[in-house]
Design a protein around this ligand. Structure first.
Ligand code: GLN
Length: 543
């Protein structure tokens, strides 16, 4: 896959890989750590889910500002290095068990990602904007996306091993070290992309930074605080209210970019803005991987191992029949709640249990939730699929290209939406197979559903980066990339809102039917707009 691609790709690939290693490592254990009664903050399910949702929303909101600063003032490399160092420091700070420190650390990651992510994605596009590589841009982004997911895949195994053996702090430090490696790799490869890091002059209609702060940032913060404080929950919770209110000035800002743009820039900008709106629904369903799908994995999948003992880590073993020493073993059921802390020497369970050799004084209280080590491993299913499917997708399109029939980037996005919808149908079928949730079903249904949505994701997410790079006027490339991530942020927040509806549905099939309908609506919108999207691309002479 690497052959014939610019040298810069490999450095950006590994730099982003390590950045995402840190990001997804932290994401994978975040709520588990928050809920941990002893070593974490003993938060409830709802509190931790809310904080998590707000966090992943904010992380994708700041790229709007970071992109702007990168475009106009700092340049890409300075932004990337600064953002990377902030995140690295933030992850390390999380290893200190103190709530104030945690919030400071989260802020560092939120701001750091704002500097890092949009500028990295734009820079890659610039590398491919020279005539000899222009036709490889989609493929370049597909490979880059594989780097993202390579990091997202391995991180969970490393963090599981670290926090089970040494504790949460070590896992967070590993995230920080990973991020630092990303920065170092970026610096080593600088000579391959220095020439693409040029600051853009402002156009006559562009808002100067001081006005943006005054007209957008300040009102955003005020609106957010107001949204939080107004009595009642307009959109479900205080944090959702705050988020939606804070976004309003941002919508105004992107609208303003459109109205003030030159005539020739207007159509491409409008295409991008409509794509941003449609894909919100995709992220709203996709990002349930960290919430509803995890709950599904925990409660509705059958993960029995037929009475055999399977060694997972040195001190954590999955078994159905257990022989243990009185008073020295903790047994957890398959939802990791403590079942028994002492008692009979040999016992056979009708479900697999996890047991751990621990000193009696360290045993948690009966019924207490303990660390869900396996949950974070299920976060590797989606990145695993990305790694497996990317070569397939790349070869497919390379073959279509040879036949001169490669679909446009916009067409890929529309199909991505459609394919994703079918992943919800896989889940609906799984529910029916388990007699509407009364029986557990094979974990393969979940893995299958992830496979389908990942195929959709591969046609949509890296292609979103690619189309932003192709269509946005160069002077605001990172700012538009920020816009792409703002739509992710809104989708992320919405995914949390959808997930809170989980308990409201007795019939779990209806929950997944809802996801299906949402994605079908998005796909229909996509196909309705597709002809116009393609026409505008053609007018610009790009595919
Ligand atoms: N896995 C992708 C990434 O981290 C998802 C991007 C997104 O949420 N927009 O880059």
């Amino acid at each position: 896959m690497w052959k014939k691609h610019p040298k810069a790709l490999s450095y950006l690939f590994f730099s982003e890989m390590w950045e995402r290693f840190g990001y997804y490592l932290m994401i994978g254990i975040f709520t588990l750590y928050l809920k941990d009664v002893k070593a974490g903050y003993a938060m409830t399910e709802k509190e931790s889910a809310d904080l998590y949702g707000t966090y992943i929303a904010l992380v994708f909101l700041t790229p709007f500002l970071g992109g702007l600063l990168g475009d106009r003032y700092l340049g890409y490399s300075k932004s990337i290095i600064l953002g990377g160092l902030m995140m690295s420091f933030g992850y390390c700070l999380m290893s200190i068990h103190n709530l104030t420190m945690l919030y400071i650390a989260m802020t560092l990651v939120i701001v750091g990602n704002g500097f890092f992510k949009p500028n990295m994605s734009t820079l890659l596009g610039n590398v491919y904007s020279v005539p000899e590589h222009l036709h490889q841009k989609d493929e370049g982004y597909n490979i880059f996306y594989m780097g993202i997911n390579l990091g997202g895949f391995i991180c969970n195994f490393i963090s599981a091993a670290l926090y089970i053996t040494y504790g949460w702090g070590y896992a967070f430090i590993a995230a920080g070290i990973g991020m630092l490696l990303g920065v170092i790799i970026y610096i080593i490869g600088l000579k391959h992309y220095r020439m693409y890091d040029v600051k853009k002059a402002m156009a006559p209609g562009d808002m100067p930074f001081s006005r943006i702060v005054l007209l957008i940032l300040v009102p955003s913060v005020i609106a957010g605080v107001l949204g939080w404080m107004i009595p009642g929950d307009w959109f479900g919770s205080d944090s959702t209210d705050a988020f939606i209110f804070a976004c309003i000035p941002l919508f105004y800002f992107y609208g303003n970019i459109y109205t003030k743009a030159e005539k020739s820039e207007k159509k491409p900008i409008m295409v991008l803005l409509t794509i941003f709106v449609v894909v919100i629904l995709f992220w709203a369903v996709f990002k349930q991987n960290g919430s509803a799908l995890n709950t599904w994995a925990d409660r509705y999948t059958n993960r029995e191992v037929d009475g055999t003992t399977q060694k997972v880590f040195d001190n954590l073993i999955l078994a159905q029949k257990v022989t243990y020493q009185k008073d020295s073993v903790a047994l957890y059921d398959d939802q990791f709640r403590l079942q028994k802390a002492n008692g009979i020497v040999t016992k056979e369970f009708n479900y697999p249990v996890y047991f751990k050799n621990v000193a009696p004084e360290k045993l948690p209280a009966e019924g207490e939730q303990v660390s869900l080590w396996a949950t974070n491993l299920s976060q590797s299913i989606n990145p695993g699929w990305v790694i497996a499917l990317t070569p397939v997708v790349i070869s497919f399109f390379a073959w279509r290209r040879r036949k001169k029939k490669e679909p446009s980037t916009a067409t890929k996005i529309a199909f991505g939406l459609l394919i994703s919808a079918f992943s919800a149908l896989v889940m609906v079928t799984a529910v029916y197979m388990g007699n509407n949730g009364s029986e557990k079903v094979s974990v393969l249904w979940l893995i299958g559903s992830y496979g389908v949505i990942t195929l959709g994701e591969l046609l949509l997410s890296p292609m979103g980066l690619s189309i932003v790079s192709k269509l946005s006027p160069t002077r605001i490339a990172s700012l538009m990339m920020g816009g792409w991530f703002v739509s992710t942020a809104i989708g992320n927040k919405l995914s949390g809102v959808l997930a809170t509806m989980w308990d409201r549905y007795d019939q779990k099939a209806n929950y997944f039917w809802l996801n299906f309908v949402l994605l079908l609506v998005a796909a229909s919108l996509g196909f309705i707009l597709l002809r116009w999207w393609n026409r505008v691309m053609n007018e610009k002479g790009i595919k």
